[in-house]
Each structure stands twice: as C-alpha cells, then as structure tokens.
Design a protein around this ligand. Structure first.
Ligand SMILES: Nc1ncnc2c1ncn2[C@@H]1O[C@H](COP(=O)(O)OP(=O)(O)OP(=O)(O)O)[C@@H](O)[C@H]1O
Length: 269
C-alpha cells in the first residue's frame, strides 16, 4: 500500500431505483495519475456509477472518497470544487458564445468571478491567460472567435473537455468521449485526451476497446452493477469471464473494437 490515499476510491458503492438495485457494491481504487476505463454491456450501470461519483445521484450505500476524503452526500458543485470534473457531453457549452468566451467563463467561475461584477484587471489578465492556454491545449485556437454552436461535433467535444480543465480539477471523468466520432476523429481525440490528462487521474466510460488500449492503464468491467474484473487492458481482453459477459460480441481484432456495443449514437465504422 502506498502512503498517499487513492485519487478516487469507491467503497461498497450501491444504488437502487425503488426496489431495483442497479449498482451493487462496487469497490474500486484509482491511484493518482492512473487512466482508468469502465466498460460493460448496455444497462450495466456505468452512467449511474458516474452520476454517483459526480454527485448527481445520492448513494443508496457505501462511500466515495476523493484523495481519502468522503464526498458522499456533497452536491455536484462542491464535488467539483474539491477537484473532480466531469464532462457532460456537450451540455456544458454555451452555443451562442464564442469558444474563447466559453473557456473564459469556466476559468472565471473557478476564480469566483462573475459577469456584471467588478472585475480587477490583473485577475482578468490571469483569467485570459489561463483560458488561452486551455484553448491551445484542446487545439481550438483557430476557432477562438467562432460561436461554440458552429463547431463540428468533435470540436464541441474538445471544447467540452476544455471546460472540465477550466475547473482546475485533477480527477477528470469523461463519459464516452469518442462516441459518435469517425475513426480519424477518434484517433485525434485519443491524442488530445492523453495530452490534457497528463499528470491527472482519468476515469472514463468507453465502449471502444482500441481507445481503452491506447489510453488506459487499467480497465474495470461492470456487469449487472458489479465489477467482474479490474486489470490491464491486455489481461481484460483475454479474460474468459469478460468475453462471456459480452454474449454475442465476438472479439474483432481488425477494427480494434473487441467489445462492441449496440448503443445507438456510435459512428458508422
Ligand atoms: N433514474 C433512473 N430511474 C430508474 N432506473 C434507472 C435510472 N437511471 C438508470 N436506470 C436503470 O439502471 C440501469 C443501468 O442504467 P445505466 O444507464 O447506468 O447503464 P449503462 O451501463 O450506462 O448503459 P449504456 O451503456 O446503455 O449507457 C438500467 O436498467 C436503467 O434502466
């Protein structure tokens, strides 16, 4: 055991909707700096797990700890301020503001600054610098002045990742960051995610095993609300129990999509 607590720790995490258990006692430790994927068949409880970690749903049981401190019961904005940011697909983006303004608002929020209030010039200079740095990191400099609503789908996803960075969080949750992207867009997104999460802790839901292989240190397989296995991508893809959990999903080495999903929004191959 290392001396420092895990960046993120789930202890016996449970969630029921009415009488129906959906997440059933999940234990998971993610050390600081690890990139970790949660995979699993449709309806396994992956989104619910993310909603529990980010504070959108109250726990039915167990505990969630960020750097050793419980965040159970905290509202999402408090969890966010504690250093955990989640990408909510494209819903965080103000479509009628420019790309730069979007990032600036995110950085301002972190500095406790709001529109319409007195804004000290020196702090605004710092805000602008930070926003520009994130703009470069997510490779949207050429689009800085364009409306966020005019970005392509994958550019919007990049902006969304940029918004999570504006919070300064060092634990990042990404929910299917490459869903709906072509192979080329996916490859670019993987590069971008690798760069922007360097030195941070990443927890992602991802269906595309080629993405998991190229990005993640470890993978957890969630089946019926329970973790079936946690291991390296290589060992997970060779695991018989995992293969059986994806009934009817033959490993497909040619596409790299070892464990396909029948979810709607995926890009055509
Ligand atoms: N708010 C809710 N109320 C009742 N049931 C819910 C709610 N949210 C999710 N569920 C149920 O919980 C189960 C797990 O759903 P969840 O969306 O977490 O699965 P998932 O693994 O993310 O699936 P997918 O890969 O299809 O997104 C499903 O049976 C779903 O119908």
């Amino acid at each position: 055991m290392s001396a420092s607590p895990p960046a993120l720790e789930l202890v016996g995490v449970a969630k029921s909707f009415g009488a129906i258990p959906v997440v059933r006692g999940v234990d998971l430790q993610i050390p600081a700096g690890e990139r970790h994927a949660v995979i699993g068949p449709n309806g396994a409880g992956k989104s619910t797990l993310f909603n529990l970690v980010s504070g959108l749903f109250p726990l039915s049981g167990g505990d969630i700890r960020l750097r050793g401190r419980s965040i159970a019961g905290l509202p999402p904005h408090r969890i966010n301020r504690s250093g955990l940011a989640r990408s909510f697909q494209i819903t965080n983006i103000f479509h009628r503001l420019s790309v730069f303004e979007n990032l600036r608002i995110g950085v301002m929020a972190r500095h406790g600054l709001r529109f319409g209030l007195f804004r000290p010039v020196a702090r605004m200079r710092q805000v602008n610098e930070e926003a520009r740095a994130i703009l470069a990191l997510v490779r949207l400099e050429a689009r800085a002045e364009d409306l966020a609503g005019d970005l392509t789908y994958s550019e919007q996803r990049a902006l969304e990742i940029g918004m999570t960075l504006t919070t300064g969080a060092d634990v990042i949750l990404l929910d299917e960051p490459t869903a709906g992207m072509s192979r080329e867009e996916t490859d670019r997104a993987v590069e971008l995610i690798r760069e922007v999460t360097a030195g941070k802790t990443l927890l992602m839901v991802e269906h595309d095993m080629s993405v998991v292989f190229s990005l993640c240190d470890r993978v957890s397989v969630l089946v019926y609300g329970e973790i079936l296995a946690t291991d390296t991508p290589e060992r997970i893809s060779a695991n018989r129990a995992v293969q059986e959990a994806y009934l009817g999903e033959e490993p497909d080495e040619s596409s790299g999509r070892d464990f396909g999903q029948d979810s709607g929004g995926e890009a055509a191959p």
